[in-house]
Structure formats: C-alpha cells, structure tokens
Write a protein that binds this ligand. Structure first.
Ligand code: ADP
Length: 429
C-alpha cells in the first residue's frame, strides 16, 4: 500500500534530529508524520514521512541495514526522493556512519537518472552551520575548533568535509560544489553536477552560507534519488512542490486533558526552565536518583502527588534535572549508566502514568528521556504540528495504546527552548 501524495521520504539518524527536520518541512508547508523506526501501521495521507532511527553511532552494519530498510519502505510508499538526514555538525567517525549509509542508500536506489550522484550538505545557516570551500563552520569557528572536537562518541577534529567523507567511503569519490557556482543559481549547480559525474564523482559536498544557497541546492537536486543533508536543505523543498507556509500544514486536532512536564535533562537551558517554572509558582516534584537506587518507588509517589494537582488544570512538573554539583555527586556514587537508566525508567513510568491519569498535553525535556517516554507510551507515529521554539514543535500521537484519546507531545532536546518554555508551550493553541 502506498501513502497517497507522498512527495519526500526521510531517513534520520537520530530522534531529535528527525523532529528538527520535520519541523523545518512543516514550517515551509508540508504535512509531515514522523515515525519511530520503520512503520508497521499505515500512514495517513501526508506530504512527507520522516523515519527516525537511532543509527548515528550504531555499529556500521546495523546503521546500514536499518537505513536501507527505511529507504526501501519509503520508496515502496511512493517517495520519489530519499533525504538522509545527518547531524549539522556531521557527527561521524572515519568508520562512518554517514559515508557507508549514504553509499548503501545510493547503491539500493533503483537504477536510472539521478541514482548515481548525491548532494551532501550539513549547512543550516539559521543555526550557525555554514559550509564554505567544503569546510564546515559552527558559528564563527571551524568545526574542528568548536566544542564538537571533544565529543565523546564522534569527535570532529577536521572541518574539511571532503576529507571527512572520503575517509568513510569505499571506491567512491567526493567532489566539491563551490559557493561561486551555487551563487550563480540552480542551472549552474546542475552543470557542475554533470561535470562531477563525468569525472566519476558520486558525492558532491555543497557550499552554502545562507538560506538562498539552500533553496538553490534544493531546486538543483529535486530529481536526484538521494540527498544527504542536515535539516537545513529541507527549507527549500516544499516550495518545489507548490507548497507554501500555511497554518494548515501544522494543524493538529484540538488539545484535550491536563498538562504536565517530565524533565530528565540536566542541560543548562533545561535547568533554567525548571527554575523559571517553579519561580512562577508551578507545582513541581523532584526525583532523587539516590533514592531510586535505594529501591524507593518514586514513580508511584510522583503519580500519587500529581493526581490531585492535575484536576486544578495547571501544569505539573516532575523532574530529575540537577545542578552540576548534585549531578556529579550522583554520578560518583552510581556511575552515569546506572543513574541514567534508573532515572529514565522512573520518568518513563511517570509519563505513562500521567497520560493514564488524563494528561493530554505532555512536554518531555531531554533527548534520551524523550526516547524512554515515547517508548513507554507505545508511540510509533507522531504528526508534526506548530513550532513552540526553534527545533521544538508540538506533535500529536493517535496511538492504539492511548485508547483512542490522542496525545499532544513536545519533545525538547536539552539545550533547546527559551527560559519560560514550560509555561509558554501550554499557552500556545
Ligand atoms: P539532554 O537532551 O539534556 O542531553 P537527556 O535526556 O538526553 O538530556 O540525557 C540526560 C540523562 O541524564 C538521562 O539519561 C537522564 O536519565 C540522566 N539524568 C537526569 N537527571 C539525573 C540526575 N539527577 N542524576 C543522574 N542522571 C540524571
């Protein structure tokens, strides 16, 4: 069965990156569903499906297998182009996974025009990611001078994307589509692509320093079977299908029920948001990992605390968010893995219990925490709605496990959102 009207299929290498991409497409006028892994249920009629994987740092063979399966499913639904969404800081290692996955997706695309060349650009100028002469800048500095050079899993110590990508590929060549060419428009980019193809180049790293460049690149690559990009390139795609920014694309069913926040992020922005929520008199309860480790059922206690408060219609907040000093003390005693697992399991139970208790609008803070909560809620598909803050839209899940009631969800990665996010999100209609 196909998804009628499907214009684009996306394979994202992580969960919050998928939401970021979906958010850009919705803002530019596409109706988008994000799925957790390859869907097993039919999809409603939308313009784009984003399949969220957890493949960025998975073993190469696993990342390749899951990505190819997702792309095949998208093509079977009728997607004419596959958009492989990678991180805007090109998070990867000499082993992969961007190169091997991109190569496998290209090899798996049906033979024919547009299948033997792919455009590659992580540029997203609105978020300070620009590419010039094949070098990636993060704000005002080269990627290799940014904090990304210290990333624990994917340290990025080289800003030259041609070198980075080439090291990950087997018998495939990388070339450059320079800004000088991009600035001349889509026809010049197409001519450059032809030139690169004639030289046997399979992947073209494209410069882009502004939104106009991204729109040019999107137009020039409309008929390619595969593009490899951060979420930036997406801003230029809906217009190519005659779509314009509209309230309709982001429309979700009306919200129902009460409001709650579950926060497992210890990032600076989340910390300030928790403090702001409490300073405004919001009802909040802390979860202490050391008490969890001692065997206390804090999830049950939190739900007992929350139930009477929910009827007051004001949002409740259950949080494990801790100051760096308190966090260090917990990590020293339990270790990061055990503390993380305990907190995630407890907050996921809280999220599921809150929804059972009538919460219809749930905000989750933290990337890993979001993954744990979505899993506990049994959610596999999210319709993407209006943006609350950059990178964080309201989403809607109409899943069987929710007993047909439907849930509005916002999944906020740690450092996203303004200080009053926990209050403002619920004021948005
Ligand atoms: P972010 O998006 O800010 O990185 P995540 O949810 O991805 O947030 O990661 C935060 C991790 O820290 C989670 O595994 C969470 O369970 C864990 N965590 C949250 N609070 C505490 C705490 N007080 N002590 C130890 N670990 C915690």
């Amino acid at each position: 069965m196909t998804t009628p009207g499907l214009k684009l299929g996306c394979v994202a290498d992580d969960f919050t990156g998928a939401t970021d991409l979906a958010n850009n497409l919705v803002r530019a006028g596409m109706r988008v569903v994000q799925t957790i892994g390859v869907p097993t249920q039919p999809i409603e009629a939308v313009d784009c499906v984003v399949v969220a994987l957890k493949s960025r740092t998975a073993p190469v063979a696993e990342a390749v297998a899951h990505s190819v399966a997702a792309a095949r499913w998208l093509r079977a639904q009728g997607a004419p182009q596959v958009y492989f969404k990678v991180c805007s800081t090109f998070d990867s290692t000499p082993q992969g996974n961007i190169g091997p996955v991109a190569q496998a997706l290209m090899a798996d695309a049906p033979a024919g025009a547009g299948a033997e060349f792919a455009l590659v650009t992580p540029a997203f100028p609105e978020n300070g990611r620009t590419v010039f002469k094949g070098h990636l800048f993060v704000g005002d500095v080269l990627l290799s001078d940014s904090p990304m050079r210290h990333h624990p899993l994917t340290p990025m110590t080289d800003a030259n994307l041609l070198r980075v990508m080439q090291a990950q590929l087997r018998q495939a060549q990388v070339g450059l589509i320079e800004h000088r060419v991009v600035a001349q428009g889509a026809a010049a980019v197409l001519a450059r692509i032809d030139q690169l193809r004639a030289q046997g180049v399979a992947f073209g790293i494209a410069d882009a320093v502004g939104d106009a460049d991204l729109r040019t690149l999107a137009a020039a690559t409309q008929h390619l079977a595969l593009v490899v990009a951060g979420s930036g390139l997406a801003i230029g795609i809906p217009a190519l299908h005659g779509l314009r920014p509209s309230m309709q694309a982001a429309q979700l069913p009306p919200p129902r029920g009460t409001c709650a926040v579950v926060s497992g992020s210890c990032s600076a922005a989340t910390h300030a948001q928790v403090a702001d929520f409490m300073a405004r008199g919001g009802a909040a309860l802390a979860i202490d990992p050391l008490r969890l480790a001692a065997g206390e059922d804090l999830a049950a206690q939190a739900l007992a605390w929350a139930r009477p408060r929910l009827s007051a219609q004001a949002p409740v907040l259950v949080y494990a968010t801790a100051e760096p000093e308190a966090l260090r003390a917990v990590l020293a005693q339990l270790g990061a893995d055990k503390a993380g697992a305990l907190v995630e399991a407890a907050l996921a139970r809280v999220a599921a219990g809150l929804v059972q208790a009538g919460v219809g609008r749930l905000l989750v803070a933290g990337g890993e925490t979001s993954g744990a909560c979505v899993q506990a809620l049994g959610i596999t598909q999210l319709r993407i709605g209006p943006q609350i803050d950059p990178g964080v839209p309201w989403c809607y899940a109409a899943h069987a496990s929710l007993e047909g009631k439907g849930l509005h969800l916002a999944l906020k990665s740690g450092n996203f959102g303004s200080v009053d996010f926990f209050t403002r999100a619920f004021a948005q209609r």
